[in-house]
Ligand binder design. Structure first.
Ligand SMILES: [Zn+2]
Length: 466
């Protein structure tokens, strides 16, 4: 038996053994190679495993947000859920530059920034929920500038989306308001508590103007309350001192002009002896009346002047639409009791009832709560004024006596003869002669240079008649 090699030549026994061994080794190598291929190929061929991961990350991040741009936070998110989701996202992605990972981190920054806002502003619920920012936000009364500044320096939200912009804006608003509060406070502290005999008028008026402007900018933000009260107190004292002084000394007319250019002082000096304007408050009592009120409104509209109507509750409930018409035309709607009793002869309870029922009736008719009242017959005195500290009692200093005369020309003459530089004129909305007298009165008052104002702008020395 002979063995031939590939070339057909005879080979030795030893040679045959070596060849067999090589073949055996070749098979093992092939097996290892095959195994390696099987392991490597799945790594080289794109499989769907990373795809699933990416979807899971996206889903986890989406849980944090309301919109699919990942700007606005999911409004139902609690801190616990937020932390859980962020943990989940971190476990699914190792790349810290992964946009989803960044969005998850940003959700936490936004969440904390909104929490920070909630400590600065007065609110029971979150200031920003989803895409909704609470309207008319007010700072907490006890918030300080330092606190706001510290909060502003802590937040770090790049303004790359709508929510970040809103959050940053609210922080900036808070900081700006508190800076204004601190500025106003410093100025108010500098104001003297009483007017010196020779005050430094230019500085004083400039300071008052500046504070007044700051207060108007700050508006009704609670942290300004104490400062505003202190300012009011001081300027009230100044105005009273000025009025007292002007009774027995002549102020330089240029100074008086400056006082009236300063709104805070002008408001308090309006209608006083220093006020060189001619002012009249037309007041109509006892309405509304379906026969006369529409005519009065027509004439007032024709001359574009405003008046004050002291209404009776019992007429208001009968003609609520007239009340609404008066108010809609821009006139003042005020309280003249319900049934026109003499306040001097009724009990406290009856008095409360007269005023309060009328407040309610006017509110129901026109959605307005009067701030002034006039006692029927001007009767009731100090007792009534003390009972209604939140309402302003208004009397008059010129009586048209339209309740005496039934002739328009007589009423007109009576008014013109008694006219004052600052007049609160008493009339009634219940007679044709009053309506007709207006056609004579109003053009004459306009010709004489009268301004038609609210009774509150006329500095009446008394609130009631004794
Ligand atoms: Zn009356």
């Amino acid at each position: 038996m002979s063995h031939l090699d590939n070339n057909g030549s005879r080979v030795s026994r030893h040679e045959r053994y070596a060849r067999k061994q090589r073949r055996k080794h070749g098979k093992i190598s092939l097996l290892i190679f095959g195994l390696l291929i099987c392991m490597v190929i799945p790594m080289l061929i794109p499989s769907d495993t990373p795809q699933i991961n990416q979807q899971a990350v996206e889903a986890a991040v989406q849980e944090l947000y309301l919109d699919n741009q990942f700007d606005f936070l999911n409004p139902n998110l609690t801190r616990e859920q937020l932390e859980q989701q962020i943990k989940k996202v971190s476990s699914l992605t190792i790349d810290s530059n992964d946009p989803y990972y960044l969005k998850a981190q940003q959700a936490q920054s936004k969440f904390e920034a909104i929490e920070g806002l909630n400590t600065l502003y007065e609110t029971e619920t979150s200031i920003i929920e989803g895409q909704v920012v609470q309207a008319d936000l007010r700072l907490r009364q006890d918030v300080t500038l330092d606190q706001v500044t510290a909060a502003v320096s802590e937040i770090n939200l790049p303004e790359e989306d709508a929510l970040s912009q809103q959050i940053n804006q609210l922080y900036r608003d808070a900081e700006q308001t508190m800076q204004q509060v601190v500025a106003a406070q410093a100025l108010v502290e500098q104001l003297p508590t009483e007017l010196a005999s020779e005050p430094d008028w230019p500085t004083l008026i400039a300071d008052i103007n500046e504070i007044d402007t700051l207060l108007q900018t700050i508006g009704s933000q609670p942290p300004i309350k104490t400062v505003a009260t202190e300012f009011t107190k001081k300027v009230d004292v100044f105005a009273t001192n000025i009025k007292e002084d002007s009774n027995h000394q002549e102020f330089d007319s240029q100074l008086v002009e400056q006082m009236f250019e300063c709104d805070a002082l002008a408001r308090r000096l309006s209608g006083s002896i220093l006020d060189e304007r001619k002012l009249i408050a037309l007041t109509f009592d006892d309405g509304p009346n379906p026969s006369y009120t529409p005519q009065v409104l027509d004439i007032l509209a024709q001359y574009d002047v405003k008046a004050t109507f002291f209404l009776l509750g019992q007429e208001v409930v009968k003609y609520p639409e007239l009340v609404k018409e008066i108010a809609d035309a821009g006139h003042l709607v005020e309280n003249h009791s319900f049934g026109h009793p003499d306040f001097a002869t009724i009990s406290d309870d009856e008095l409360l009832d007269e005023i309060n029922r009328t407040q309610e009736a006017i509110y129901d008719a026109a959605g307005i709560l009067p701030t002034m009242y006039r006692m029927p017959y001007g009767s009731g005195g100090a007792r009534v004024v003390q009972m209604f500290p939140d309402l302003q009692s208004v009397i008059w200093n010129v009586d048209s006596e339209d309740w005496v005369s039934e002739d328009a020309y007589t009423i007109y003459l009576n008014v013109m003869e008694n006219l004052l530089q600052h007049t609160v004129l008493l009339m009634h909305d219940k007679d044709q002669s009053t309506v007709d007298s207006l056609e004579l009165l109003i053009p004459e008052l306009i010709a004489q240079g009268y301004e038609f104002v609210s009774p509150l702008e006329i500095n009446m020395e008394f609130l009631y008649y004794e």
